[in-house]
Design a protein around this ligand. Structure first.
Ligand code: C5P
Length: 303
């Protein structure tokens, strides 16, 4: 009789034979998978970043796609070039700081607070309406990684909660999911920056605390959030991210089970130092992978 754990060596074999998969410590990965398979879907929660993790980094032509904040850069540039340029100038200044190998996290944090704070201030000042923002999303260059839609639906079908933990803008993710999936699946929850609207549905504030790349951890997770009862007892975590800021997204979920960390490396193939860094902090690194195949295979062995 076949046991569910028999699928693990097959999955490991698959992973180790993929050219674009890096796995520093296959023994540990197999051991984590074993605990997860034994625990099954009922003990599992998926915590995933959105920008450039659930969404694609670039299209087939190698052109960079949009982040949730980027939805404003593109659309505002079209409608109000002067304001659009302000968003673009902010990104040109702060994005290199976010990914600079020369600065420590402590040195980067004040810059991230200024970047997020300034761009959110511009959004509020402009009093964009909810329907305008929904239209911006419809016109945007946010694209799911191949298979990400099916991945979200399959988690829902197996009652595995999905927590989308994003330093982007949560409303934009909500509108995107509504537009692409028809509705937000019941299993899907958000920890993100939310635009708050006044009685006329105009943007009037952002939720607190501010979530930027380097505070994605227990410091911004509010335990009273309605879905916390749903993930209590889910001791096994699959964590999906694309940056160094994503590796602590599981901190704050109380439990003693393993976290399997899967990292999307969207950077340059020449930057071996950066790739080695990803290998140190993520159990499995997917190098410039536009698909959700590996994450789906992991969930399939657990179900
Ligand atoms: O960590 P996460 O991928 O959710 O972060 C959102 C991304 O949004 C950041 O990595 C940052 O580069 C980007 N961003 C942006 N415009 C802003 C603020 C952040 O594109 N105004």
């Amino acid at each position: 009789q076949l046991k569910k754990t028999d699928a693990i060596p097959l999955l490991m074999n698959f992973l180790l034979n993929q050219e674009n998969v890096l796995c520093r410590d296959p023994t540990t990965v197999a051991a984590k998978l074993r605990k997860m398979v034994i625990g099954g879907a009922g003990k599992t929660v998926v915590i995933s970043d959105f920008d450039y993790t659930l969404s694609r980094f670039e299209n087939e032509q190698g052109e960079r796609l949009s982040t949730t904040h980027g939805v404003f850069d593109d659309n505002v540039m079209r409608l109000k070039p002067e304001l659009g340029q302000k968003f673009i100038d902010l990104k040109a200044k702060y994005y290199p700081i976010e990914f600079s190998p020369k600065l420590t996290m402590e040195e980067k944090i004040p810059h991230m607070e200024t970047w997020w704070g300034t761009s959110h201030g511009l959004i509020i000042n402009e009093k964009f309406s909810k329907s305008t923002i929904e239209e911006f999303v419809r016109q945007s260059r946010i694209v799911f990684r191949d298979g990400a839609e099916d991945f979200i639906q399959s988690l829902d079908a197996h009652n595995i909660p999905l927590v989308i933990f994003s330093a982007g803008i949560g409303n934009i993710i909500e509108y995107f999911l509504q537009q692409k999936l028809g509705a937000i699946p019941r299993n899907t929850h958000f920890i993100s920056n939310m635009i708050l609207f006044d009685e006329e549905d105009k943007a009037c504030a952002f939720s607190e605390p501010l979530i930027h790349t380097f505070c994605k951890n227990s410091s911004v997770i509010q335990k009273e959030t309605s879905f916390f009862h749903e993930i209590a007892g889910r001791v096994n975590v699959i964590l999906l991210g694309d940056s160094m800021g994503d590796i602590h997204m599981d901190v704050g979920v109380e439990r003693d089970g393993p976290t399997l960390k899967v990292g999307y490396y969207n950077g340059s193939l020449e930057d071996t130092e950066a790739m080695e860094h990803y290998e140190q902090v993520y159990d499995i690194v997917l190098v410039r992978d536009p698909t959700f195949t590996v994450a789906q295979k992991i969930v399939d062995v657990i179900n």
